[in-house]
Design a protein around this ligand. Structure first.
Ligand SMILES: [Zn+2]
Ligand SMILES: [Zn+2]
Length: 617
């Protein structure tokens, strides 16, 4: 048998062959222990050996579990992942299922006892009371849901095997179109995975699917280790037709897959935060290709990557008629900000608003600008980072230390006021209703009233009808560093703006900006994100990072600066670090296989120490 040893190093990223005794009753996906370089290490059986090596074969020492952690089909996906992100296969396998809780395996097979003792659904899936949640006409039956909304997005064509489609839902239909697509999928006898970007608060789309499909659906998000592992085992047993979850659910062990639906595809939560930094969009597209299912990327504002592929026709687009999109969009007005992110126009609108959301890009009460004792510019004494004032205290925004002057140690600063706390303080004197610094999705709901928050407060809470949505410091959000800053800013604004409801019902959005002509601001005003996203794609390409090219951070010897371009890297940024080189490289898809082979060779001779696929830039 070929075994992948659980030694996550590229230098040993190949199968090793062992003898498996028949009485072990193991096979592809079994977790085993094998002798490896004089030690005993864990590993997974990949299948019958390809080439039997010369010489004496060692036996597999132990089979740990009757559970098979992957089958041949899932192994193909994990191998794709290992190649795409140049990550050891062992690391990819480990990421594909939750950490084992052995005692949960012991009770498996005693089905009745398990059912009685454990609710299969996460408690949060049943919490009630979020505004505007989608109410299907006949809950828990699944199949009786009409497809009136789905028809606007291509109907059942959306589920065509082997396709990927960007769906741009009308704000009021974000949950409904997902529920109807899952219903259409289940009606054909296939199964569905719905991926949401975060677990808490439960996104409205996740809630809508769980409520619509009752016992046929399961929440695979949040919860403790025991509950997560148990749910994974139950999914694997085929107990559910629909799985709703966060990132790891893209690997959910579900047969007969019909569709993977990614809600709010642009959200940073869809990207893994440990190496390999896989994106669920890429994994879902690969999985649906391998399993002949459909992939849907649903987003009011897509990612730059999706926009580029949709423009090129590589993925399909499903959006309602332009006229319908415009009618369902709020009226967006721009005005130049005055001091502390206020304006006379904002004051006038806020005075008569019963409900409002005000979005600012900074937390806290203000930014320390100058030390009152010595007159030096304010900087953290520990890390020299910027000092902000939050809850009445000066703290470093970078390292979180108490904010004291790096020059003289004083904690008294001249503060430039602005941020969620300061805006909330001011709004409380201006707005007629209560004011809270909070997220709209949190319970208890602050509405009606005014919510002040950062981008983190903008969540999938279902349709709302706020009197006013204010984007109070758009220009500051636009100059944030990071290659994804532009698309994230626009997505946050548009998702928040949608809370104002359609212009025909008085939906109104006020944007503070001095850059009325900026493509991102124009995208918001016109309710059309694509031109801006394509301009972002061009800017990234000019900086050496063509959307669609793979980016790697490679650490190793000083030889790397020369050997990586020869291996197929289109652009290389090499930095000398202690004892070696750190390279940031971009590789076109056509050269990826050659590049990977060369990196593995370099790893074998010790020139490559570490590779991170798609690092955070
Ligand atoms: Zn600091
Ligand atoms: Zn000072």
């Amino acid at each position: 048998m070929d075994v992948c040893v659980a030694v996550p190093r590229l230098a040993v990223d190949r199968p090793f062959t062992y003898v498996l005794k028949e009485e072990h009753e193991a096979g592809t996906g079994s977790l085993v222990s094998v002798p490896f370089h004089g030690r005993t290490v864990k590993g997974w059986v990949l299948g019958p050996a390809g080439d039997i090596p010369e010489g004496r074969l060692l036996p597999i020492r132990k089979v740990h579990s009757q559970v098979r952690f992957f089958d041949g089909q899932k192994l193909r996906l994990l191998r794709w992942m290992s190649e795409r992100y140049i990550a050891p296969l062992a690391t990819c396998i480990e990421r594909s299922y939750p950490p084992r809780v052995v005692s949960e395996e012991a009770v498996e097979g005693d089905g009745a006892a398990v059912d009685a003792a454990t609710p299969a659904r996460s408690p949060s899936a049943r919490s009630q009371g979020a505004p505007g949640r989608y109410a299907p006409p006949s809950p828990a039956t699944g199949l009786a849901i009409p497809s009136a909304v789905l028809d606007r997005y291509g109907g059942e064509g959306l589920l065509e095997a082997g396709t990927t489609t960007w769906v741009r839902p009308l704000p009021d239909e974000e949950q409904a179109v997902c529920v109807e697509a899952v219903a259409a999928c289940l009606a054909t006898g296939k199964r569905a995975v719905v991926l949401v970007p975060e677990a808490e608060p439960l996104p409205a789309t996740a809630r809508a699917v769980l409520e619509a499909f009752g016992d046929r659906a399961v929440a695979f998000l949040g919860g403790d280790a025991r509950q997560r592992y148990r749910t994974w085992l139950h999914i694997r047993d085929g107990r559910f037709d629909a799985v709703v979850g966060t990132r790891p659910a893209v690997f959910a062990p579900l047969g007969q897959l019909g569709v993977i639906w990614i809600s709010r595809e642009v959200h940073p939560g869809h990207r893994e935060d440990r190496s390999p930094y896989y994106h669920v969009r890429e994994v879902a597209m690969a999985r649906t290709r391998l399993e002949e299912a459909a992939c849907v990327l649903a987003s009011l504002v897509p990612s730059v990557e999706t926009a580029v592929e949709a423009e090129a026709g590589a993925i399909r687009t499903a959006r309602p008629a332009r006229r319908l999109e415009r009618e369902n969009a709020p009226l967006v007005e721009t005005v130049a900000p005055e001091a502390e992110d206020r304006s006379a126009r904002l004051t006038a609108l806020l005075r008569r608003a019963r409900s409002a959301a005000l979005i600012v890009s900074r937390r806290g009460y203000g930014v320390a600008r100058v030390c009152r004792s010595c007159g030096e510019p304010a900087a953290c004494a520990v890390c020299r980072g910027p000092v902000i004032v939050e809850r009445g205290k000066a703290i470093c925004r970078v390292c979180g230390s108490a904010g004291v002057c790096a020059n003289c140690g004083s904690d008294s600063f001249g503060v430039e006021r602005g941020g969620t706390e300061r805006v909330a303080e001011w709004a409380a004197r201006t707005a007629p209703g209560p004011v809270l610094k909070s997220s709209i999705g949190q319970q208890p709901s602050p509405l009606p009233g005014v919510v002040v928050g950062t981008a983190a407060a903008v969540k999938d809470v279902g349709p709302l009808r706020l009197d006013l949505v204010g984007i109070l410091d758009a220009d500051r959000a636009l100059v944030r560093p990071g290659v994804h800053a532009g698309e994230q800013a626009l997505a946050t604004w548009m998702e928040a703006a949608a809370w104002a409801g359609p212009r025909s019902e008085g939906g109104r959005v006020l944007v503070h900006t001095r850059r009325h002509g900026h493509p991102a601001i124009q995208a918001l005003v016109r309710w059309e994100p694509l031109p801006f996203l394509l301009s972002e794609a061009r800017a990234r390409a000019e900086a050496g990072f063509v959307p669609g090219h793979s980016v790697f951070r490679v650490a190793g010897s000083t030889a790397l600066g020369e050997s990586l371009p020869a291996a197929g890297a289109a652009s290389v940024l090499a930095t000398a670090v202690e004892g070696g080189t750190l390279c940031l490289v971009a590789v076109p898809p056509k050269d990826l296989a050659r590049f990977r082979k060369e990196v593995l060779r370099l790893a074998g001779q010790g020139d490559v120490i570490r590779v991170e696929g798609e690092p955070q830039l």
